[in-house]
Design a protein around this ligand. Structure first.
Ligand SMILES: *Cc1c(COP(=O)(O)O)cnc(C)c1O
Length: 434
């Protein structure tokens, strides 16, 4: 009995607890020692059992693969757009010009691809879109005013609130208009007021909510002649809302037509756009600033750039994603675009096959969300395998965890967010459910 341990003169040896746990949980000895110390400090009777629990929790907290069967395509908690990692483990020409043999630019090739895809004169890449917005504000409006509609002074989620980002960047927020209605004239008056010292007009796409009723917003087109640069934070990163990379015959989700897109926003007159790499672009986590060359240059030369620049893995993945848009193979090579354009009939067939192979569940029509604050309120048709009761915890506890969603006391495994080659894993998971 564990209770005798607490009463012995010698406390249980940390090392022997760690060795006991090593029989059931494979982790480095130093990690198990750390778990054993915590267990002993907690003073519970069964120190070994407690240390084992800490060890298992630690192992499952390491970043690793899961199967996203939630039906949320860009699930922020599950890493947004899924993307296979490809690296040879070799050094790279990240900032090395192979022609001259001297220092090169880590941004040039990416900027060319973005120019070809969107018409932007230039572009620079940072760690995420929050960083992109921060850098634009600091570089173009440090110590000066930035006019933002009260209806767009939003919180995007995960601590990204426009007034706070503005404050951190050193720019000053100049509120214009009202929560539900803001007109071009509201911006015009703010820019004309010398005391406000407005350096920039910023439009923010309210990605994660929609307003309806008595509303009015000024479009980028209406703001292009105010005499200060217009920056549009479009967020989701759709490169072009006509989606030329989606071949005819493939189902194109209707919502894409009304998403703000880089090409169209620049064409409408935005001087810069900022967007994420891992939302509708379907690439790696990063943020992109694209548009007028002189303004991009100011961002690239700002001291913050050094702190926000991405590494070679991010740039290689982003470039590969951009190339797949250029050569129109994105729907085959980018997992997010495959999910988005898969026909519901194909999902139906897969769901039926899973149910018949595992002998569990039923096929139900379902609706999926885009997620990551993209396209609020938009759903897409899908198919799910529906199971009695809430079995989400046992699905999560598997070696390759399966993340499901529980609705009205039933567990749904949505197939639009699952890769077809993981269907076998689902069959196995269902077969072995208690
Ligand atoms: C998602 C989003 C952000 C934040 O982007 P991250 O890449 O998550 O940093 C900022 N602005 C808008 C409009 C967004 O949709």
């Amino acid at each position: 009995m564990g209770t005798t341990r607490g009463t012995t003169a010698h406390p249980p040896s940390i090392d022997s607890i760690a060795r006991d746990v090593a029989r059931t949980v494979a982790l480095p000895h130093a990690v198990l020692v750390d778990c054993a110390r915590r267990a002993v400090a907690e003073g519970v009777p069964d120190a070994v059992g407690r240390a084992e629990m800490h060890a298992r929790n630690f192992r499952s907290s390491l970043v690793g693969d899961v199967i996203n069967a939630t039906g949320v395509l860009l699930h922020t908690n599950l890493g947004r757009a899924p993307l296979p990692l490809v690296s040879s483990g070799r050094a790279s020409n990240l900032e090395f010009d192979l022609v001259s043999g001297t220092r090169g630019s880590r941004h040039a090739a990416t900027a060319s691809l973005i120019r070809i895809l969107t018409g932007a004169e230039d572009a620079v890449v940072v760690n995420n879109n929050a960083a992109a917005v921060m850098l634009v504000l600091a570089a173009l409006a440090g110590g000066r005013g930035v006019a933002v509609s009260r209806g767009e002074s939003v919180e995007i989620g995960g601590g990204f609130r426009i007034p706070e980002v503005m404050e951190q960047s050193g720019a000053r927020l100049v509120d214009v208009g009202t929560t539900n209605r803001t007109r071009a004239d509201d911006y015009r008056r703010a820019v004309a007021d010398r005391s406000l010292d407005v350096a920039l007009v910023m439009k923010v796409h309210p990605s994660n909510f929609a307003v309806s009723g008595f509303t009015e917003t000024a479009h980028v087109t209406d703001l292009r002649d105010l005499g200060v640069p217009v920056v549009s934070d479009i967020g989701s990163g759709l490169l072009d809302n006509t989606c030329p990379w989606v071949t005819s015959g493939t189902a194109l989700p209707a919502f894409l037509g009304s998403e703000p897109a880089v090409t169209q926003t620049l064409r409408d007159g935005a001087d810069l756009v900022t967007f994420s790499g891992d939302k509708l672009l379907g690439g790696p986590q990063c943020g992109i600033i694209a548009g007028r060359r002189d303004l991009v240059e100011l961002c690239a030369q700002h001291p913050l750039m050094r702190a926000l620049r991405p590494g070679s893995h991010t740039l290689a993945l982003l470039q590969a994603a951009l190339v797949s848009f250029v050569d129109r193979s994105a729907c085959d090579t980018l997992p997010f675009w495959t999910m988005l354009t898969t026909d519901t009939h194909a999902l139906d067939t897969r769901a039926r096959d899973i149910v018949s192979a595992s002998g569990r569940g039923t096929v139900v029509p379902s609706e999926v969300l885009i997620g990551a604050g993209s396209a609020p309120g938009t759903t897409m048709q899908s198919r799910a395998v529906s199971l009695d009761g809430d079995v989400s915890a046992s699905l999560r506890a598997r070696e390759l965890p399966v993340i499901s969603r529980v609705v009205d006391g039933r567990t749904l495994l949505d197939l639009r967010t699952v890769r077809p080659d993981d269907d076998e894993v689902l069959v196995d998971a269902l077969r072995t459910l208690a």
